[in-house]
Design a protein around this ligand. Structure first.
Ligand code: GLN
Length: 544
């Protein structure tokens, strides 16, 4: 077997140009050549994980099977590659330093002076190699967050340089750059990319391939210019224009032969790229003619004048994927639940939608608006899917309005509620008491046993599943009996039966009313949509 190969993906000129999608797409291409691929994300910030960051600033927190809270790019990798990644595939500056300092305190450096260079990059390399071994990967993609020239990611670029110095034939560098076309000039400019390439040279690295992000495809003249000034063969400059869908990116790269270029750079055998399965999915994502409007009622939308869909990216992707596989065209519309509270929006607005989804969330803001929305869709038989907080709030709504438990609430908001139908479990209280807030939720994959014949049971078509969690509170076991008597069905429970994982209404009472304590969106993949999202979209489509 050939040595393990590594591809570093770095960003030039500016952030936000799709390094994550680029890495995922390259991974997909190489997987389609029959190579075993894994993907690592490096975030240069100090936060030890992404769980402590405000989603309106940083986007969604993605949770891995082993409970590690990561950046949304890990979600892109998992969706594109169709594989689950372990926590070793994600690192931040904070995580790396924490390990170096732990080892130093534990005398594991044998009395030597521990230095930023080389000890920190060596720890980065150790983690990269461990991820490679864990996945048994032929090719390991490593995306370094941020832009070349920033102080923050220098340590990681140094790790790339050191790894390449040791294994010159086994490391490739891909720079994702940006070519602006200033309105006043009307011409695509290559100079910022030339500077980015020089900055990369100044840390001892040379790009092997440049992905030229731009609003339009690159012409030959610019490819040549970038080739000459960035010191690479012209054909290693890949045109990466804006596309209407991120799923088009792998096929677009292949037009310029990116897969063969990379395997050649890495000295791997040349193999054909078989993107047929992927292309089938892309075709399905475009052939739907029936619009299915879905309202996502949430609160993390305010970012100045912008609507931040990144906060719910996995949810949006899961809705879209489920729709595409049924040849449907889901149209997602965001509704700020605060607008139902202020009266800016009437609840009857929800009649316009084929389905309503309430995603996860924390805290009091906007929740009474969400509870009102849930009551409305329950009573008006509009398909409803509640994820985590969306499930907890559905239980609260049912408790208040059907089981007649006045003042029912979650103790997250009202610790003095006369009916704390959602409460923190004793075991979780211990976790919170003994550590700080970071990483104290029920996190990661847990088994769930399903009741046969229920909406959820039928959707999955099996009785035992594993789903990912991220929450502190649970349905209070003391109220399960009363809620069931009032008609709510707990169709999924932890194997011990103590924790309620899925709440639903029977099919003869509502076309689709399902809430999950877990986050099914984290396990939806481009080629394999999540069964509950598929069932929700099917029910929504039946309404329009
Ligand atoms: N705030 C709720 C809890 O902590 C729900 C969390 C979520 O939706 N992810 O249990």
């Amino acid at each position: 077997m050939a040595n393990p190969k590594y591809i570093f993906v770095v960003g030039g000129v500016m952030s936000g140009i799709g390094k994550g999608v680029a890495s995922s797409s390259i991974g997909r291409i190489l997987k389609s050549k029959g190579y075993k691929v894994t993907a690592i994300k490096i975030d240069p910030y100090i936060n030890v994980d992404a769980g402590t960051m405000n989603p309106t600033v940083h986007g969604e927190t993605f949770v891995l099977d082993d409970g590690y809270e990561t950046d949304q790019d890990m979600g892109n990798y998992e969706r594109f590659l169709g594989e689950s990644m372990p926590s070793i595939n994600y690192m931040t500056t904070g995580r790396v330093y924490m390990e170096v300092i732990r080892r130093e305190r534990n005398l594991e450096y044998g009395g030597k002076c521990v230095e930023v260079v080389p000890d920190v990059p060596l720890e980065v390399i150790r983690r990269i190699q461990e991820a490679q071994k864990t996945a048994q990967a032929d090719i390991t993609m490593i995306e370094i967050g941020g832009t070349i020239g920033e102080y923050q990611n220098v340590i990681f670029l140094e790790a790339a340089r050191m790894l390449k110095q040791k294994f010159p034939r086994d490391v490739a560098v891909v720079m994702v750059s940006y070519l602006p076309t200033p309105g006043s000039i009307g011409e695509m400019k290559t100079k910022p990319t030339q500077y980015a390439s020089r900055s990369l040279n100044s840390v001892g690295l040379q790009a092997d391939v440049i992905l030229a992000r731009a609003s339009t495809p690159l012409d030959e003249k610019r490819k040549e210019k970038i080739g000459i000034f960035c010191n690479i063969p012209t054909e290693h400059v890949i045109s990466a224009p804006d596309v209407s869908s991120i799923y088009d990116v792998p096929a677009n790269y292949e037009k310029d032969g990116l897969g063969d270029i990379l395997t050649e750079v890495l000295g791997l055998e040349q193999r054909p790229t078989d993107l047929s399965e992927w292309n089938d999915f892309v075709a399905k994502s475009k052939d739907g003619i029936k619009n299915v409007p879905i309202a996502v009622v949430g609160k993390y939308f305010d970012s100045g004048e912008f609507v931040l869909s990144d906060v719910y990216i996995s949810v949006l992707e899961a809705i879209k994927t489920a729709g595409y596989h049924q040849h449907l065209k889901p149209k997602i519309i965001y509704i700020n639940s605060k607008d139902f509270e202020s009266g800016k929006l009437q609840l009857s607005e929800l009649d316009k939608y084929a389905g309503v989804l309430i995603p996860g969330g924390f805290g009091a803001t906007g929740i009474e608006g969400k509870i009102k929305a849930i009551q409305y869709v329950r009573e008006h038989k509009i398909p409803y899917f509640g994820l985590c907080y969306g499930m907890q709030l559905a239980v609260i709504e049912y408790a208040r309005n059907v089981a007649k438990l006045a003042g029912a609430h979650t103790t997250e908001i009202d610790p003095a509620s006369p009916h704390p139908v959602i409460d923190i479990m004793e075991s979780q209280k211990e976790v919170v008491k003994t550590s700080n807030m970071g990483g104290t939720m029920r996190l990661g994959a847990y088994p769930c046993s399903l009741k046969e014949g229920t909406v959820a049971g039928l959707a999955y078509g099996k009785t035992d599943v594993i789903e990912r969690h991220r929450h502190r509170y649970e349905v209070n076991p003391a109220y399960v009996g009363q809620l069931e008597q009032a008609g709510l069905v707990f169709s999924g429970r932890s194997p011990s039966g103590v924790l309620m994982e899925i709440a639903e209404l029977p099919k003869d009472q509502h076309p689709f009313f399902v809430g999950t304590q877990f986050h099914p969106e984290f396990l939806s993949r481009c080629l394999t949509p999540h069964p509950l999202f598929s069932a929700f979209i099917k029910a929504a489509s039946d309404r329009c």
